[in-house]
Design a protein around this ligand. Structure first.
Ligand code: CTP
Length: 402
């Protein structure tokens, strides 16, 4: 994919910048056209002259072009932003992540990142404590929500002598990841229609109380975001969650299982795939009180009768046609057996199994550990990965992309 592609390499001021000339060599060797933009702090670790020689292009360090610069225009960032097929910021320091999370444009790298029209890929590298700091982690969550690709740092010995997470991956790994992202962002799902459900459902007991579950909606939103970035036409039907709507995704908010059922049935036609990532309540109160229940009414305890909610996936499976149906199974015991049984009874093409008891999986977490079980074919067990990467792996399987 790299051949003939236009890549911007953004370099910020971390010790890992010493590896960037090697990365630049790999990219040009793969016949990519590379323009380098760097911060003044990065110039303390690797020189603009080296990077200019290797990229055979002038390196931008100043926001304002110098006299005699080839980059004459004051709007160089807009021009480069439109020129590029992808931008990689490596190393991306904690400071740069924070600036990007808040939309700063105070140096050549952040300014260009804000003016981009192509995928932005970040390779954070820093000391383990800076990486683990809640501010950095919150910024990363924001950056993922913007649709940026994060290439997570590796665990290893750091420049400080400490050992932990924070090392920039080797340059060969970075090159391969950029290559893979370019392939995916080449709109390989253009023309596909996808319906995704996400989040929990709330089943009302009275006007103020409900029965719900702990689903955060992150997995479904990651699927919607990944599919949309790959060019699909995405409709997202979500229960009550606190997650930002991904760009270019049509979002429909619902509260109860019944509302979700009605919304899915309304939008199910002409979908190439429906992915039910929502944690739909299986039971709802049989009656909903019109007024807030008072304690005096329930002196002996509150015994609510629950009725079965409509099983959305089962209804979809019964009249599935050509739509590729994907369900999720959250299990705690006999996982593969239970998930496979659900796949068959609900007439699905795939079921995504996760075990709620595994660390780094399930509700609320930013990562997930899943197995993709197809109706025909071999089960794929994926390692612990960010939910965004899990989403892409699921889409790859569903749409037969390797
Ligand atoms: N699902 C649905 N409608 C429901 C309940 C669940 O469409 N009323 C979907 C979920 O979105 C998920 C899949 O079915 O994709 C798995 O649901 P789950 O509740 O785990 O399975 P059940 O068959 O209900 O079995 P159990 O709760 O006993 O594990």
């Amino acid at each position: 994919m790299l051949k003939g592609k236009k890549i911007i390499l953004g370099v910020t001021g971390g010790i890992a910048a010493y590896k960037i000339p090697l990365l630049l060599r790999l990219l040009t060797k793969a016949n990519a056209g590379v323009r380098v933009v760097m911060t003044t702090a990065a110039a303390q670790f690797t020189t603009p002259e080296t990077l200019a020689a290797l990229s055979r292009n002038e390196v931008v360090v100043d926001i304002f072009p110098k006299q005699g610069s080839v980059i004459k225009s004051e709007t160089w960032h807009v021009m480069l932003g439109q020129w590029a097929d992808a931008m990689l910021i490596a190393p991306a320091t904690a400071n740069t992540l924070a600036k990007l999370a808040y939309g700063y444009a105070d140096n050549a790298v952040t300014m260009l990142a804000l003016a981009l029209r192509c995928p932005l890929i970040l390779a954070p590298a820093m000391d383990v404590d800076m990486w683990n700091h809640p501010a950095t982690q919150q910024n990363l969550t924001k950056l993922r929500e913007y649709g940026y690709f994060i290439l997570p740092p590796e665990i290893g010995e750091l420049a400080s002598g400490l050992v932990g997470e924070g090392r920039m991956p080797e340059v060969e790994t970075l090159r391969d990841r950029v290559d893979a992202i370019l392939e995916r962002s080449y709109q390989d799902m253009r023309g596909k229609k996808i319906l995704v459900t996400a989040g929990p459902t709330y089943e009302a007991l009275d006007p103020v109380r409900f029965i719900g579950n702990r689903s955060s909606g992150k997995m479904g939103f990651a699927l919607a975001q990944a599919a949309s970035l790959r060019g699909a036409d995405v409709t997202l039907i979500s229960g009550p969650v606190h997650v930002e709507t991904p760009r270019n995704v049509k979002r429909i908010d619902v509260e109860s299982a019944e509302q979700m059922h009605n919304a899915v049935m309304k939008h199910r036609k002409h979908q190439d795939s429906i992915i039910m990532a929502a944690a739909v309540a299986d039971y709802a109160p049989a009656t909903v009180a019109a007024h807030k229940i008072k304690k005096e009414e329930m002196k002996q305890g509150w015994y609510a009768v629950l009725k079965k909610t409509p099983d959305i996936l089962e209804s979809l499976g019964a009249k599935k046609g050509k739509t590729i149906l994907v369900g999720f199974a959250l299990e705690t015991t006999n996982d593969v057996k239970n998930a496979t049984a659900k796949l068959k009874t609900k007439n699905l093409d795939f079921i995504i199994l996760n075990n709620a008891l595994q660390e780094g999986a399930g509700f609320g977490s930013d990562t997930n550990i899943v197995s993709i079980i197809p109706r025909n074919g071999k089960t794929i067990r994926l390692p612990k990965m960010p939910k965004f990467d899990v989403a892409n792996a699921i889409l790859d399987r569903v749409f037969n992309k390797g």
